[in-house]
Write a protein that binds this ligand. Structure first.
Ligand code: ATP
Length: 229
């Protein structure tokens, strides 16, 4: 579904951050990307989703393919239109909008009212708490609810592939378990393909099918999640 072939990424034309990274992601699987702070996990996700450019980064070597179509060099909105969306680290909700308005904002791809309503209902079915909080200003939601909201908002674009950057960061274990079980369910029931970046390896390997470990801009270990566990 997604194929990253030997990519190199440079920031500001001189800072070499990814030094030949290759990753294969099967359709309908959860692939986790593990590694310490600064290893290059977030940069890898940004290289895939096309947001690298807006941070003065560039893929200088290698290719990224989504379902056999080359997407490196495309802009983020074009990549989203092809069915791939990135959820950033740090739960960036539109704080002054309600939870439901945040979901509507995620549906910028289509204007059809029925589809919009269906998307909102699907987000609420995945995360019932969001429905309870739908009229609340999202800046006042708990950290866990905000994480659910940014994932729900990403789902509004009806993606085939979702990239999740550290969804567990700073959240209580019970909430993380709840969010991870939803991610698993989306994969099982809707065949969603997931790339999950995590620092918490134990957690990530518990739900992933396959894993990669990064160190200083390179992949140093790879294998089935069971073996990596
Ligand atoms: P974290 O868990 O902290 O997000 P990470 O594994 O995701 O770590 P990256 O955020 O991809 O790592 O960072 C990899 C390296 O690239 C780091 O050394 C970082 O300082 C550098 N870097 C990231 N963004 C930029 C940027 N916009 N300009 C220059 N260097 C950057």
């Amino acid at each position: 579904m997604l194929s990253i072939n030997n990519i190199e990424v440079v920031y500001d034309r001189v800072i070499l951050v990814l030094k030949g990274v290759s990753i294969e992601v099967r359709e309908g699987s959860i692939t986790t990307l593990l590694g310490a702070n600064g290893a290059g996990k977030t940069t890898t996700l940004k290289a895939i989703s096309g947001v690298l450019r807006s941070e003065r980064g560039e893929v200088t070597k290698g290719t990224v393919q989504l379902a056999n179509r080359r997407i490196d060099g495309m802009r983020a909105h074009e990549v989203t239109r092809l069915g791939l969306v990135q959820v950033f680290e740090g739960r960036r909700v539109f704080e002054h909008l309600t939870a439901e308005e945040n979901l509507v904002a995620g549906a910028h791809k289509h204007r059809d009212r029925t589809r919009l309503r269906d998307g909102i209902d699907r987000a609420y079915a995945a995360f019932p708490r969001l429905k309870e909080r739908r009229h609340q200003q999202s800046g006042y939601l708990s950290g866990g609810e905000q994480q659910m909201l940014v994932i729900g908002r990403a789902l509004m674009s009806e993606p085939k592939v979702i990239l999740l950057d550290e969804p567990s960061l700073g959240l209580a274990p019970l909430i993380v378990e709840e969010i991870f079980s939803v991610i698993r369910k989306l994969k099982d029931e809707q065949k969603l393909t997931v790339v999950l970046v995590e620092q918490n390896a134990t957690l990530a390997l518990a739900i992933a099918d396959h894993g990669y470990v990064m160190e200083s801009g390179r992949i140093v270990l790879e294998g089935p999640a069971e073996a990596l566990r």
